[in-house]
Design a protein around this ligand. Structure first.
Ligand code: GLN
Length: 493
């Protein structure tokens, strides 16, 4: 199994064809997908057709003599897309029964950009219903299993995308991150996952969950691979007014003979190393920070004092926005309809029958937090505390260039472990929510394994629009370590 950047080189030199690459992924899918269940939709035939077109174009380029320094982009590279992003002609369910059978007539801008760069979309990946969850257990279409241990969750909500990359079903995958849904599953599955700055990538074609928090991220085997995909899909989009009018980020990672992090200051926030976190998680993250120090980075202790409020603030703001965003699913405009006596009856019956428990819980929470008489006490108050959390980051980024901490308090937990306990599930997000509330970028990557052989992830957070520093740090770390090139035992058999 090789990386996306390696595949690019082999394709360019004609040492492998896109068809071979796609077939390798499809073969692995045919053997392991029954166990893993990463996909909700797979378009094997379409992918092979596109691979042939890519191969024809590659042959043409080689004949015409593509300049050696010119990249082929993502031409012929198979990727997967979380099922909350639209791809024209492919079903989009958001892991919900309320969108069963819905086929969107348009493609999300981020996917369109990857397709324009030549990427081949293999299919749509499993997700917690409307991206609400941290384990993929809230999908209406069955749980995805962690390729490292199939009795455990892959994390969520983008668990299908994380598992697909970890299992070698695709060379990269798109996910979305509202409160940790790219970083946490990346950590659980031992892959690299980026949550970009809010406003860095278009949300057009992303089915909205929490509109002030949602951002499209990417999973790949390494920082270098993730940087290639991120560089291809980010940027201003006139169809999403929250995207910033900045030049597209093009991350170029130069391999240095001996990576050097001199001049970079890394902050270690004391609020992220608290009682209750799995000791091996703390140990491996601290060891990774030491490795970065050995490469020349300066390490300082910093404080993000309002961290403890991130969880309650998020679980007011995200459900409030969700309750408004999900109002459109009423049995009239999209998906299936449960018939009733009147229009209202149709709405009630359809929504009652087709939304799952967690989505209904959040709609109720959000509606309550926004209702007259409670708005100021809940939603208004949460917005004020959100500002304090944002200020914490502003103050810290005056002292350091990046912040290093764990992604999640534990490694992947067993399927069913938090079954009846939504609060225990929400606690999984304590280290990832602040970045969404503040809008700053976060990068997760593997830094070791616990005693059970499960991957441990570390998170770097950075200044708004400074994904480049996070990539530089993770890339340097990955040049001197090999956690990111370990594969689940399942793949070796
Ligand atoms: N686990 C968080 C939630 O349930 C985050 C989900 C996400 O980032 N989409 O809301």
């Amino acid at each position: 199994m090789f990386s996306l950047t390696k595949a690019q080189k082999l394709l360019q030199r004609g040492e492998i064809s896109s068809r071979e690459l796609v077939l390798t992924c499809l073969k692995r899918i045919s053997v392991l997908e029954e166990t893993i269940h990463a996909f909700l939709y797979l378009d094997a035939e379409g992918a092979l057709r596109q691979a042939d077109l890519a191969d024809a174009k590659l042959a043409e380029w080689r004949q015409a003599g593509l300049p050696a320094d010119q990249s082929i982009g993502l031409l012929g590279i198979p990727i997967a897309v979380k099922d909350v992003l639209t791809v024209q002609g492919m079903p989009c369910t958001c892991g919900s029964k309320i969108l069963e059978g819905y086929i969107p007539p348009f493609t999300a801008t981020v996917v369109e950009k990857l397709q324009a760069a030549g990427a081949i979309v293999l299919g749509k990946t499993n997700t917690d219903e409307f991206a609400m969850g941290s384990s993929t257990e809230n999908s209406a279409y069955g749980v995805t299993r962690n390729p490292w241990d199939t009795t455990r969750v892959p994390g969520g909500s983008s668990g299908g995308s994380a598992a697909a990359v970890a299992a070698g079903f695709a060379l990269a995958a798109l996910g979305t991150d509202t409160g940790g849904s790219v970083r946490q599953p990346a950590s659980f599955c031992g892959v690299t996952g980026l949550k970009p700055t809010y406003g860095r990538a278009s949300r057009y074609g992303l089915v909205a969950y929490g509109s002030s928090l949602d951002v499209v991220g990417v999973f790949a085997r390494s920082a270098a691979d993730a940087a290639v995909v991120f560089s291809a899909y980010n940027g201003r989009d006139p169809r999403d007014a929250t995207t910033q009018d900045l030049p597209d980020a093009k991350i170029v990672l130069e391999a240095e003979a001996s990576p050097c992090l001199e001049g970079i200051r890394i902050g270690v926030p004391k609020e992220y190393f608290i009682a209750g976190i799995q000791p091996e998680v703390e140990e491996k993250v601290r060891a990774a920070i030491q490795t970065m120090a050995d490469l020349g980075a300066e390490i300082r202790e910093v404080s993000l004092p309002h961290t403890e409020y991130a969880l309650p603030v998020y679980y007011l703001i995200a459900p409030a926005e969700a309750s408004a965003n999900l109002a459109r699913f009423d049995g009239v405009r999209y998906g299936p309809r449960v018939s009733g006596e009147s229009m209202w009856d149709v709405f009630y019956k359809t929504r009652g029958a087709k939304f799952g428990d967690e989505v209904r819980r959040r709609i109720m929470l959000g509606t309550y937090a926004l209702s007259a008489g409670y708005y100021d006490a809940f939603y208004g108050q949460a917005q004020k505390v959100r500002t304090l959390i944002k200020r914490d980051f502003e103050q810290v980024f005056r002292q350091v260039d990046a912040v290093a901490c764990p992604v999640a308090p534990t490694t992947a937990f067993p399927i069913g472990a938090h079954g009846g306990d939504p609060l225990a599930m929400y606690l999984e997000d304590i280290f990832t929510l602040p970045a969404n509330l503040a809008g700053v970028p976060g990068l997760a990557f593997p830094v070791g394994f616990d005693a059970a052989g499960l991957p441990v992830g570390m998170q770097l957070m950075g200044r708004h629009f400074d994904e480049a520093t996070l990539f530089r740090l993770a890339y340097a770390y990955q040049q001197v370590t090999n956690w990111h090139v370990q594969y689940p035992p399942l793949l070796q058999s």
